[in-house]
Design a protein around this ligand. Structure first.
Ligand code: SF4
Length: 116
């Protein structure tokens, strides 16, 4: 049996979680104030995910466009995902929510700013 100490990132309270793992499965999560913390603790140990945020170059404006995934993607994919994002360029106009890359590790990479 193994225990992992985590801080829940579900809200600003930042509850201290203790996750007990046995035979590759989560046996308990304690320290959470609400059910979201239990879910976060379990997911963080079994298959952690993160929302990727970055920027891409806007060719015809010479500035950067902030982008993010529209859902969390597997944490182990972040390094490879960042390499793909770094190779992407776009052309204005771009609107908030425009899909920059689709089918991107189970999510879409979307614009988070208008560039006219
Ligand atoms: S367990 Fe609930 S209350 Fe505590 S930090 Fe997570 S989301 Fe917030």
């Amino acid at each position: 049996m193994e225990t992992k100490e985590l801080i829940c990132i579900g809200c600003p309270m930042g509850c201290n979680l203790t996750v007990t793992v046995e035979d590759g499965d989560v046996k308990s999560v304690t320290g959470n104030t609400c059910p979201r913390g239990a879910e976060y603790g379990k997911n963080e140990v079994l298959h952690p995910v993160r929302t990727l945020t970055s920027t891409v170059f806007v060719e015809n404006r010479g500035n950067m466009l902030p982008v993010r995934t529209d859902r969390a993607i597997p944490k182990e994919c972040l390094f490879e995902a960042m390499k793909r994002v770094n190779a992407v360029t776009v052309k204005a106009p771009v609107s908030i929510g425009d899909v920059i890359l689709s089918d991107f590790y189970g999510a879409n990479l979307i614009a988070t700013m208008n560039v006219l």
